[in-house]
Design a protein around this ligand. Sequence first.
Ligand code: UD1
Length: 368
Amino acid sequence: MHVLHVVGARPNFMKAAPVIRALNQRPQVRQSLVHTGQHYDANMSAVFFSQLDMPAPDVNLEVGSGSHARQTAETMIRLEPVLLERRPDIVLVYGDVNSTVAAALVCSKLLIRVGHVEAGLRSFDPSMPEEINRIVTDRLANVLFTPSADGDENLQREGVEPEKIYLVGNVMIDSLVRLLPAAMRCPKNGLPDRFALVTLHRPSNVDDPATLKTILDSLLTVSEELDVIFPVHPRTRRRISEFGTNAVKLHLLDPLPYIEFLALQRRATAVITDSGGIQEETTYLRVPCLTLRGNTERPVTVTAGTNTLIGTDNNKLHSELAKILEGKTKSGSIPPLWDGNAGERIAEILCQLPVNPNESSTRNLVVV
Ligand code: UD1
């Protein structure tokens, strides 16, 4: 069996690594890895490959930045000939980034089976580009691997046949579990005992000057009582300099490698973020997380975990942070199957899938 993985952006890498690792243990499986090049800076991509011990990509499509339409379309155009040449039995796509939906679209038209890892998550917020990517990818996927039971419920409500859905747990937690010991060996290098770790990159928070200013002003107030450590995403860095927004009192860093960032999360007093994955990692680590969004596609992090939705409500951020500083934190529990073995479960299921029913038609495809 030939499994081809498509990855493109930072949050894909820690999800694909455990699946690749588990499939490597199965001699009947051949694998190839395509990097779309959606994220291309060394500190957004290459460093993750080395820390996660991932093989170098067989192909890099070098799609780079652009509008959503351009990025998605370029990925489709450049991926199609690769798939026609390599003819995998199944393509695995990860998460909800533009590379994910682009690959799912190409595969569907080539009658190549698609497996979606991290299927079924819904924020029910159509203004979020990732929500569109999630819905379309799940509609096209032939095999859907969900991280939590809410994913199964969402998919079934949308009419996905239950036999296509596999509740496997959270692959991102596999990478966390494997690399947490390495993270705990990271030197503290003058890190304060108490600090807030911040990440921010959602277009809704950083692309509008007034919203970004409100959030940064709020973080500046936080920094009066707690050090703020802020590894800055390239999009946000650009916006801060374009808008001339005042962030001098915050410790602004370049994006960090996986292990160093994990060490900071583990040691943080609180994490303030608009990321999806960090809501899950903090839940596993039982570190309080204040999410600067009004909704989440990962509700289990709020109901079971340590996550609290803040939106952009300044007052709520400060009152929730005050509670954390007083030690009144959500104790949280780790959701079922977030145990470090999700990649193994996916590999096992893949090896038992029936032969691709479309195989003969895939072989006969002619591009016109
Ligand atoms: C993408 C994903 C988002 C994910 C995030 C994690 C989509 C729709 N969004 O958002 O779900 O949470 O990645 O980081 O796919 N840039 C660089 N260097 C890089 C990568 C990007 O400078 O290595 C710049 C680009 O110029 C671009 C901006 O950052 O303008 C945003 O990159 P893009 O891939 O469009 O989306 P993200 O905001 O990173």
